[in-house]
Design a protein around this ligand. Sequence first.
Ligand SMILES: [Zn+2]
Length: 122
Amino acid sequence: MSFFLEKCPRCGKGPVFLYSVFHIFKFTETHSHCSKCELNYEPETGFFFGAMYWSYAMLVGLAVITAISGTYLGLGEMLYWGIPSLIVVLLPWIFRYSRMLMLYVVYPIMHKNRFEKKDIKD
Ligand SMILES: [Zn+2]
């Protein structure tokens, strides 16, 4: 659940992002550390470059699902505008959840020592 609420992957309490997803110019800004357990959100320089692969997978999946369902629903040429429009509208969420996947899936594997629980402030 803390994944969808965009909370820290270690303690589930500290927010990952500084601003709301609806803050159109600042929705990408991320805290450097968790405010509760001090987990460093960027354990190495360029850690979030890997989020590109997650977002690519999400975009392809979204396009395929939309195209298939649109074809069966008989949307026809509306799909040419519908898929790009849907992708543009969902970009902030795709961006943020691709970063969340990096924190929840890749971080515990690549940086196990840093990820292991320390004393969690409460
Ligand atoms: Zn935390």
